[in-house]
Design a protein around this ligand. Structure first.
Ligand code: 3H9
Length: 727
C-alpha cells in the first residue's frame, strides 16, 4: 500500500494535527513546512512540490521547526520527512543568480545539527545535494528502499555548499566522499548504508512511520544527538592526504576545462586541515566562486532546457496513445541500436528484415550489444536471455499487424522509405504510430504517400541509438497531436532527451551541422590544417574536432550526402572539394585506416597525414587560394558564428520551437560542451551584437554564406538575447 504523504494533502493534515494534538502554533511557519506532534516526537514535513527543493520558505520553515523543538521540553526527538515522491531534491536551483535570502542553507544545516534533541532524517526518493546535506545535518538517518542519495552539485558547476564537503568526508572518509562529489552520481539505499551515509534501512513505503519508529528506538535507548561534524573518518591523516592527492591528480587530468571539480578537492583538503567552522567558511568561499562562474550558468541552463524541451505544445494538449509493443523495420546498425533502446525500456520488439539471412544479421547486431555488456560484467547471461525473450523477428510485414508503434530504419532513400510505408499502411492496425528514423528526408512526402498521414512522425535517433541521448521528434504537417504526445512519452520510456523539430533538410541538428561543417571546410581551404581546427574546437570544450568526427563516423556518409545534394546546390555557393578528394581515394576514416588522419594498426587516435596536407595544398592552388594563418580564437569564432547563425535561422523558421531546443540538440547529439549551455546560450554570454559583427565582417569575403539571420538582426536591434525567446 502507498503511504507516501501526497503533496496536496499535507497542509490539511498538518493544520488539523497542529491545533488538536499539540497546540503548537505553526501559523507563523511558512506553508511548505509543517510540524506536527506524535507523542513526544516532532514530525517535520517538507511539502514543496514538485521535488521539495529547499527554497527560502522551506529554509525558514525548517529553522522555525528546529527552534520549536528546542524550545519545547515535551519534544524528545525530531523527524524530518518529505511529502510526495522525494525527501529533498536539493537547493532551489531557480534561486541561483538571484539576490540571496536568509537563512542560508548552511546555517539551516548547522541549526539542525545544533539541535539539542536527536534529529532523524527519514529518506525516501531523492535526497540530493542540499537535500542530503540536510540529512547529514541531522543526527541519524533512516532510508527506505526507494531512497536515492547523492551530491550532484558538480553537474551544475557547483560544489556541495551546505556542509557537504566538510561533513561527508568526516562521516564516510575522503575517498568515498570525493568519489560521490566528483562523479555527482546517485546511489541507492543499500550502497548508502554500506558507505555509512545512512544508519538504517527499512522496508516499506512510509518514510514518516520509519522515521517515527527509529526516533522511538533512539528515545528508548537514551541516544543523544550525534553530530556529523564530530565524526572521525578523517582521523588517519596520511591515508586521507593520499586520497586527496590522488583525486587532485586524476581531476586535473580529466576535468577538461571544468571549474568546480578542483574546488571540491580544495574543500576536502580544508576538511582535513581545518577545524569544522573554518572548513565551512572555506567551503562557502569556494561555493560562491562556483556560483558566480559562467559554467554554473551554462550547466543550470542545460538542466532546465532539457526539461523544458520535453514539454512540446502537444504534450499539454493531447493524451499519448498506449505503447505496449514496437516494430522495427531494418536490422542494420541503426535499427539494432533502436531495438536495444526499446528492449532496455522493457518493451517487446518485432524486427522486420527482407529475408531470413538479413534477419539473422539484425538479431546478431542486437545480441552483440548485450554480449559486450556480459563481457564487461555489466549484466549476467540470464538477463540477456530475459531481454531477448521479448525480441521477435520476421521477414513478413504481416508480423506488425498488432504492434502499437513502428520505427522504420532502412536505407536513406525516399523510394525505399515510401515502399516500406506502403507496407505499413497495408498491415498495421488503425491507430498504430508509424515513425521514420530518417536523418534528412522530407517526412511530409513520406506521410502524403499513404492513407493515414495523421499517424506518421519522425523519430530521429543518433548512432549508437542505444547510447546517444538525443531524440529529435520531427513533426510533419498532417500529424495528429496525440501522435506527437506519444513520441514524447516514448522518449521518456527510452530515457532519451527529446527535442521537437520541424520538417526541413536535416531538421535541427544536421541542418545546422551542415553549415558549421562548411565553415570548417572553408577555414581549412583558406589556410588552417584539419589538426589545428580540431585542436581549437577541442580546446573550446568539444571531445573531438569536426575532422576527427568525420573520420569516426566514416567519410563515405558525408560523401553520399554531398552527392545527393549536388543537383540542388546553389552553383554560386562556395564548395570546398577537399573532402571529395579524400573520399575518392577510399580514405573513409578509422574503418579504412586513414581519412583526414592516419590510423596505423587500428589506432583510435589519428596522426596528421602529410599526404592529406599535400591534397589540401593542391586544392588551394586549383581554387586560386593563397593560404593564410588563423589563430585558434579566429577558428572558433567562425565555427561558432556559423553554428549560431544557422541556429537562429532554425528558430526563425520555427523548425525549433525556441533557442533552448537548439541548445539541447547540440549538447546531447553533437558534443557541444554542456558547461557552455549550448550554442544559443553561449551566444548570449558573448553578446549577440558581437556575433552579428563577426558575421558581417566574414560576409565581406563570402556574402552568400555569411548572411545574418533575420532573427539575430532583430534581436540585436531590440537589445534582446536568445533567452528572451525561451520564456
Ligand atoms: C544544491 O543543492 C546546492 C547546495 O549544495 C548548496 C546550497 C547553498 N530546484 O527532473 P524532474 C524541477 S544544488 C528547483 O523532471 P524527476 C524541475 O525543473 C541542487 N527545481 O523530475 C522540474 O520542473 P518543471 C542539487 C527543481 O522526478 C520538476 O522539478 N540537486 C529542482 O524525473 C521535476 O523535475 C540536484 O541537482 C531543484 N533542485 O526527478 C537535483 N530539481 O516541472 C536536481 C528539480 O517545471 N533534480 N526541479 O519542469 C533532479 O535530479 C531531479 O529533478 C529529481 C526528480 C531526481 C529530484
Amino acid at each position: 500500500m502507498q503511504n507516501i504523504i501526497p503533496h496536496s494533502e499535507t497542509q490539511q493534515r498538518t493544520s488539523l494535527h497542529t491545533h488538536k494534538e499539540t497546540g503548537l502554533n505553526t501559523s507563523a511557519a511558512p506553508a511548505s513546512v509543517a510540524h506536527t506532534r506524535h507523542d513526544d516526537i516532532l514530525l517535520v514535513t517538507i511539502d514543496n512540490p514538485p521535488v521539495n527543493a529547499l527554497g527560502v520558505d522551506v529554509r525558514r520553515g525548517l529553522m522555525t521547526a528546529i527552534e520549536a523543538a528546542d524550545a519545547d521540553p515535551a519534544v524528545k526527538a525530531v523527524v524530518i520527512v518529505g511529502a510526495g515522491r522525494n525527501f529533498l531534491g536539493g537547493a532551489d536551483i531557480r534561486e541561483f543568480g538571484k539576490p540571496p535570502q536568509a537563512p542560508a542553507l548552511p546555517d539551516v544545516c548547522n541549526s539542525i545539527e545544533a539541535c539539542t534533541k536527536p534529529v532523524v532524517a527519514a529518506i525516501h526518493g531523492a535526497a540530493l545535494g542540499g537535500g542530503l546535506e540536510v540529512a547529514l545535518g541531522a543526527h541519524y538517518r533512516v532510508a527506505l528502499g526507494t531512497a536515492k542519495l547523492g551530491l550532484p552539485e558538480v553537474l551544475l558547476g557547483l560544489l556541495p555548499g551546505a556542509g557537504g564537503t566538510q561533513r561527508t568526508p568526516r562521516l564516510i572518509g575522503a575517498p568515498a566522499a570525493l568519489e560521490l562529489m566528483l562523479s555527482g552520481r546517485h546511489i541507492g539505499a543499500k550502497e548508502a548504508a554500506k558507505l555509512g551515509l545512512v544508519d538504517k534501512l527499512v522496508e516499506g513505503e512510509d518514510a514518516a512511520a520509519a522515521g517515527l519508529a527509529y526516533a522511538r528506538e533512539l528515545i528508548a535507548s537514551g541516544a543523544a544527538p550525534r553530530r556529523t561534524s564530530e565524526a572521525s573518518a578523517l582521523s588517519d591523516r596520511s591515508s586521507t592526504q593520499a586520497a586527496i592527492d590522488a583525486a587532485r591528480a586524476e581531476t586535473s587530468k580529466k576535468a577538461r576545462g571544468l571549474f568546480s571539480p578542483l574546488k571540491i578537492v580544495d574543500a576536502v583538503q580544508g576538511a582535513l586541515d581545518l577545524p569544522f567552522g573554518d572548513g565551512m567558511a572555506l567551503e562557502r568561499k569556494l561555493f560562491l566562486a562556483c556560483l558566480d562562474s559562467p559554467q554554473r550558468a551554462g550547466l543550470v541552463h542545460a538542466f532546465f532546457a532539457e526539461r523544458e524541451a520535453a514539454k512540446a505544445p502537444e504534450t499539454r494538449s493531447a493524451q499519448p496513445r498506449a505503447i505496449g509493443s514496437v516494430g522495427i523495420v531494418g536490422g542494420g546498425t541503426m535499427g539494432a541500436g533502436i531495438a536495444v533502446a526499446v528492449l532496455d525500456a522493457g518493451l517487446p520488439v518485432t524486427m522486420i528484415e527482407r529475408d531470413d539471412e538479413a534477419l539473422a544479421r539484425g538479431r546478431a547486431n542486437v545480441e552483440k550489444v548485450y554480449d559486450g555488456l556480459i563481457a564487461k560484467g555489466r549484466i549476467k547471461a540470464e538477463a540477456k536471455d530475459a531481454i531477448m525473450a521479448r525480441f521477435k523477428g520476421s521477414s513478413s510485414y504481416d508480423a506488425l499487424g498488432e504492434v502499437d508503434l513502428v520505427i522504420e530504419a532502412v536505407f536513406e532513400d525516399m523510394a525505399v522509405k515510401q515502399a516500406v510505408f506502403k507496407e505499413l499502411d497495408r498491415v498495421c492496425k488503425p491507430g498504430a504510430v508509424l515513425a521514420t528514423n530518417t536523418s534528412y528526408l522530407d517526412i511530409d512526402q513520406i506521410a502524403a504517400s499513404i492513407s493515414r498521414p495523421q499517424d506518421v512522425i519522425g523519430l530521429h535517433f543518433f548512432s549508437p541509438a542505444n547510447i546517444m541521448k538525443l531524440l529529435e521528434i520531427v513533426v510533419p504537417a498532417q500529424v495528429a497531436a496525440d501522435v506527437v504526445a506519444t513520441a514524447f512519452e516514448l522518449a521518456k520510456k527510452l530515457k532519451k532527451t527529446a527535442v521537437r523539430a520541424g520538417v526541413c533538410d536535416g531538421f535541427i541538428g544536421n541542418r545546422v551541422l551542415a553549415v558549421y561543417g562548411a565553415a570548417a571546410q572553408a577555414i581549412m581551404e583558406d589556410g588552417a590544417s584539419p589538426w589545428q581546427i580540431d585542436k581549437a574546437v577541442r580546446d573550446f570544450g568539444y571531445p573531438m574536432g569536426p575532422f576527427q568526427v568525420s573520420d569516426l563516423a566514416g567519410g563515405d556518409i558525408g560523401w553520399a550526402t554531398r552527392k545527393r545534394r549536388a543537383a540542388t546546390r546553389d552553383p554560386k555557393a562556395r564548395y570546398v572539394q577537399i573532402p571529395d578528394r579524400i573520399a575518392e581515394r577510399g580514405w573513409f576514416g578509422q574503418k579504412t585506416g586513414r581519412g583526414y588522419y592516419l590510423y596505423p594498426q587500428g589506432a583510435r587516435i589519428g596522426t596528421p597525414d602529410p599526404e592529406v596536407e599535400a591534397i589540401i595544398d593542391a586544392e588551394r592552388q586549383r581554387a586560386g587560394i593563397t593560404p593564410r594563418s588563423f589563430t585558434d580564437e579566429e577558428i572558433v569564432r567562425r565555427y561558432l558564428a556559423a553554428m549560431i547563425n544557422e541556429g537562429a535561422n532554425v528558430v526563425h523558421q520555427k523548425i525549433a520551437l525556441r533557442p533552448l531546443d537548439v541548445d539541447v540538440t547540440f549538447v546531447h547529439g553533437y558534443g557541444f560542451p554542456r558547461y557552455r549551455g549550448g550554442p544559443m546560450h553561449y551566444a548570449d554570454t558573448v553578446g549577440l551584437d558581437k556575433i552579428l559583427a563577426d558575421i558581417q565582417e566574414f560576409a565581406k569575403e563570402d556574402p552568400l554564406f555569411w548572411q545574418p539571420s533575420p532573427l539575430l538582426v532583430d534581436l540585436v536591434a531590440r537589445g534582446e538575447k536568445f533567452a528572451s525567446l525561451n520564456k
